[in-house]
Ligand binder design. Structure first.
Ligand code: GLA
Length: 390
């Protein structure tokens, strides 16, 4: 993964440096988990729809060392000046960066795992607040490392669900399951197709390089706007159920059912986006299953729907998508993640992406007065335990 519009680094670079990142102590366990981009299927996970994320080459590493005494997890991070403590007997939300770890501790304890006192050191390549799932990576890597420390061997799916509960039930952000599943279950050269209603996953071939561009904007709005959209979707579902009481979730409605229901604006647009976006995921999955490249027109259609129907784009993201489509050998582009700022993805010929990244970064800076971050990545490995002692 390369930052900046240069050639991509080899995919082994990041993993190979993992043990060297923890100079403070000799860890008993090191686990890592990646960030993600969603290729298609936005705002469908919490509506029982389908999504298609992939793990990326940016990762978070969590190193753990057992302590002899005490009742706390002592936590520090290379990205934060403040160090924290999590009380193992009563983990609490402190409004601090380590709340995600406290949430994981609470969920492990709820599952009957007895954690020893320990030191935890964290380092990460994933920028916080960019919409690349830095929090999911932190939850998943922490859950994996702490479970391993106790000798419990939890399946990766359980690690993902535990991380999700840490975020929704403990930290209190009403996200869907996509990010933790992508971080825990992603694989090299594979995208992860998730049926979020049944929580069924399938790895499918994904060999395209993806250009990721972080607009570095509008972070503050995201949580409240996200929750407002969730509430609109719940309201749309309640209205649809008057005619269709059997409807399990919004993504299960048909286009005709939504039209016939004459939902009030903007609920009609929100519902239509969810249903059509889920159809686009299915279309993309059937193309990738045949070993063909990700269809760019589906990405562009997804972006148009997010802009017009779900109304979660920004002028910066719209500009990036429109301008990317003018670059040679680019097939498709869209915002990725929740929206309201954050990142766009661009797919096309691998050889064309570094040039597109350079052109887009320069013109974006000239237009919006700040430089975006860019990376080129392929689908990478999901969470794993790292070798020690090298
Ligand atoms: C955020 C959430 C995900 C998903 C996306 C939108 O990234 O964490 O669960 O809802 O937004 O698709």
């Amino acid at each position: 993964m390369s930052e900046g519009p240069r050639a991509p680094l080899s995919r082994r670079d990041a993993a190979d440096t993992a043990p060297a990142r923890f100079v403070e102590f000799a860890p008993d366990v090191v686990a890592s988990a990646p960030g993600r981009v969603n290729l298609i299927g936005e705002h469908t996970d919490y509506n029982g729809g389908e999504v298609l994320p992939m793990a990326i080459a940016l990762r978070t590493w969590v190193a753990v060392r057992r302590r002899m005494h005490g009742n706390v997890l002592h936590v520090r991070s290379a990205s934060h000046a403040t160090e924290g403590e999590v009380d193992l007997r009563a983990p609490r939300c402190a409004g601090a960066w380590w709340d995600y770890l406290a949430g994981v501790v609470a969920q492990l304890a709820a599952g009957g795992l007895v954690l020893p006192p320990c030191d935890v050191a964290i380092t990460s390549d994933i920028p916080a607040g960019a919409g690349l799932s830095s929090s999911a990576a932190l939850e998943v890597a922490t859950a994996l490392a702490l479970a391993e420390l106790t000798g419990a061997s939890l399946p990766m799916r359980e690690i993902a669900l535990l991380g999700h509960r840490a975020e929704t039930a403990f930290v209190g952000v009403a996200v869907g399951i996509m990010d933790q599943f992508a971080s825990a279950l992603g694989a090299a050269d594979r995208a992860l197709h998730i049926d979020c209603d049944q929580q069924v996953t399938e790895l499918i071939p994904m060999r395209d390089a993806v250009l990721v561009i972080d607009t570095r904007g509008r972070r503050a709005l995201r949580r409240s706007a996200f929750n407002a959209r969730r509430a609109e979707c719940d309201r749309a579902l309640a209205l649809l159920r008057r005619a269709h009481p059997e409807l399990r979730h919004l993504a299960g409605a048909t286009v005709d059912e939504i039209r016939d229901a004459q939902l009030p604006a903007p609920l009609d647009r929100r519902a239509m986006h969810v249903v059509e976006e889920t159809d686009r995921v299915r279309a993309a999955v059937s193309v990738l299953r045949r070993g063909e490249p990700l269809p760019g027109e589906l990405l562009c259609a997804s972006h148009a729907s997010l802009r017009m129907q779900y109304e979660c784009s920004t002028p910066e993201l719209d500009w990036l998508v429109a301008r990317a489509m003018q670059c040679d050998d680019v097939r498709g582009a869209r915002l990725t993640g929740a929206g309201w700022g954050g990142c766009a993805i661009v797919v096309g010929e691998a050889a064309a992406l570094p040039g597109a990244a350079a052109a887009l970064a320069t013109e974006f800076a000239a237009t919006f007065g700040r430089s975006p971050r860019t990376w080129i990545t392929r689908a990478e490995a999901g969470a794993r335990l790292e070798p020690l002692g090298s």
